[in-house]
Design a protein around this ligand. Sequence first.
Ligand SMILES: [Zn+2]
Length: 378
Amino acid sequence: MVSNDRILRQLLLAVGGGCLLGCVLASCVVSLFLMQPAILTALANPVGIRTRTPTITWTPTETHTPTATATATLTPTSIFPTRVRTATPAPSVTATSSTPKPKPSETAPPTSTPRPVVQHFLVGRPVAPNAKMIFPDPTYLYGTTEKGDLDVHHGEEFENPIGTSLYAVADGTVVTAGSDMQRICGNDGKGMCGPYITAGKGFYGNLVVIRLAQDYNGVPVFALYGHMNKVFVTAGTAVKKGDLIGEIGMSGIALGPHVHFEIRLGVNDYSHTRNPILWMTPLPGHGSLAGRYTDTEGNLIRGALVDIYRTDNTFLFETETYGRDRWPAVNSDDQLKENFAIGDLPAGDYVVRIAGQPFAVRVSIERGKLSLVEIGGS
Ligand SMILES: [Zn+2]
């Protein structure tokens, strides 16, 4: 019996101990389960390490505004309005005669030497002051070729819509009116008006030529209007400055609507043209510029590019010295002997340069006046 009792007691002890141990373990498991979030948080954030709150907020950087940098590009910032060029092309362009290279030994004169400037602004504008374009097209001035693309220009273009009124630029008498498919120019009224006559078109198409009432040094002065749409006058009509004489068109060989305006001196034909800029009163507040670019012998250099800058070196635009082609040559003024001219520059100071050459001349333009620059020479 004693041994049975001992066995029973030991058995009870073992069961009780096992139950106790099991309860402890079970409660541990339950506790662990219940405390899981806290434990995980504690593990993730051990005491002593501060929670890192991201404080970097992304501030968008300032909008990128392109800064305009002033560069002297060859894009005309022109004082002249932008325009679509509709030049008078020739049916075929012959190679412009050679472009003589200036003598490299020349150095630029620091300033121009003023010489007597003979001014003869005898005419106004062929279009009204409120016309769309009252400046001559600066890309195809008298004597220029658009860098060889076109024949040497014997006049100036005022590009305006078809139907724009044309006015007498001075008092005078109409000596030619009609289509130049007939020979109606020349001092006898029997010569060609242009360099040739295109079948069915003529050259200037419908045109008017006015002989000014005022001669110049005893020589007759003529003003020609080409490519007209309508002509309101006839040969023999006396006109006063500002009288309506017709409308702008694109007759003849014009590619687009404009009036081709010429000054002829001495004889009403294609070989007696002069630069209209030198005869046309500058617009209010503006003056005009004539220039001579010559070699060491004093000969005019043809087809050179002339660049006009403001004195702060801002490029304004480019023109050319007079060229020569297969037609009768354009002519310099008898006194000025110029080979380039620019009209309607706002009064002020400018720098004239010859492209690719060291020449640079400063010139002042005065209201209502003509200035002359001389570049190169001896
Ligand atoms: Zn023209």
